[in-house]
Design a protein. Structure first.
Length: 380
């Protein structure tokens, strides 16, 4: 039996803690590490490709771009890692609300946060270079939906039920994608534009879609994304279990992570690992890697106590949505400042993009530090 899932206990009901609940620095730091690449870190890596054309740099740069379709790069892990961490955080936040205000207060919190985040996501994803073009589903909207349905399940069913729900989502999505025929294409074709998830988007998802007639955050692929969030819930319950020593928590996370990656790639032989339709094999692979990263951060920060190096990640990790929303504005400010400062002697050559990306990242870290220093956090 995996620690954190006592048989017969209610998912949302927790025994009164024996000592005050402490915020896990490892969780904030890993969330910040994940967001770091979205808010400037990846741009710095990509800009290195303009300076050095060696094989090692080319491999590194390739890891910070999404796979065209099948396969998985490091950058393909960023989004599911965040969804996974939403599930981890959900355990701590909802248990606290359930203990203080009961299930009604928890449900109100879940609905309010989900609706606000979904609305912000629509506004954010609908602003394009050519004007307003409404996109109903996007990154923030998927996070909102994952939080909504995972939170409702967490409040409604026991831990065993959460495991069953996760399995049903993964196996059910595979069965639908593999067995339900797509008109004009047949069943079991997972290529772009030929699979059921893309077909559902093209016929039933209104307004703008990111990839023409379908969307990587589309309707059907949201179902396995909820499973990604549930995997985070399982990790969160393990971390919150005070009867399990921290070193053993690390061992469990590492072991389960390795198993998840192995099972995912094995399943990927039949159901390919594809981020853009969030295949069940992709859920297991990304969930496995997420568990391994969480184990390493927990080991270094909570067990070994090496914390100073992670402070910049914590600044970002305590304000992830804020920094996500601010990043385009900060990047634009850097471009405008560069334009004003270099009208007579513009920066040119192979180092221009690197200088711009480093300046943007420095500004992002400065803003994140200032917000954290003043304890200004976006609380939905």
């Amino acid at each position: 039996m995996v620690p954190g899932f006592p048989v017969g206990s209610q998912a949302g009901s927790a025994l009164p803690p024996k000592r005050p609940s402490l915020r896990l620095m490892s969780l904030d730091a890993l969330r910040g590490f994940d967001m770091f690449w979205i808010v400037g870190g990846a741009e710095v890596i990509r800009s290195l490709g303009n300076i050095n054309q060696g094989a090692a740099v080319a491999f590194l740069v390739a890891q910070f771009d999404h796979s065209d379709w099948e396969g998985m790069t490091f950058y393909d892990l960023v989004f599911p890692l965040f969804v996974f961490l939403v599930g981890v955080s959900l355990v701590f936040s909802l248990d606290r609300i359930l203990a203080k205000g009961g299930r009604r207060a928890a449900l109100i919190r879940i609905l309010r946060r989900s609706l606000l985040l979904f609305a912000i996501g629509i506004v954010y994803s609908s602003v394009t270079a050519s004007g307003i073009d409404i996109r109903l589903l996007g990154v923030l909207q998927r996070i909102a939906l994952c939080y909504l349905f995972t939170g409702l399940l967490y409040c409604a069913v026991r831990p065993r039920g959460l495991v069953i729900a996760c399995g049903v989502l993964l196996l059910g999505y595979w069965a639908v994608m593999a067995l339900v025929p797509v008109p004009g294409e047949g069943a079991g074709d997972f290529q772009e534009g030929h699979n059921l998830a893309n077909y559902v988007d093209s016929h039933f998802l209104p307004l703008r879609k990111y990839d023409g007639d379908h969307d990587p955050e589309g309707i059907l692929s949201t179902l396995p994304a909820i499973a990604s969030c549930l995997l985070g819930v399982f990790a969160g319950r393990l971390l919150k279990n005070r009867t399990v020593p921290d070193r053993k928590k690390v061992s469990w996370l590492l072991a389960l992570g390795v198993v998840g990656v192995a099972l995912g790639y094995t399943w990927g032989i039949q159901f390919p690992v594809v981020k853009k339709i969030w295949t069940s094999s992709y859920v297991l692979v990304s969930g496995g890697y997420s568990a391994i990263l969480l184990a390493l951060f927990h080991l270094v920060l909570e067990v070994w106590g090496f914390r100073t190096w992670a402070r910049p990640f914590v600044w970002i990790g305590r304000n992830p949505i804020t920094m996500y929303l601010l990043f385009p504005v900060l990047a634009l400010l850097v471009i405008l400042a560069e334009h004003l400062a270099t009208r007579s002697t513009p920066i040119v050559g192979i180092y221009a993009e690197l200088a711009r990306s480093l300046a943007t990242l420095a500004l992002v870290l400065a803003v994140a530090y200032a917000l954290d220093r003043k304890k200004i956090y976006l609380r939905l």
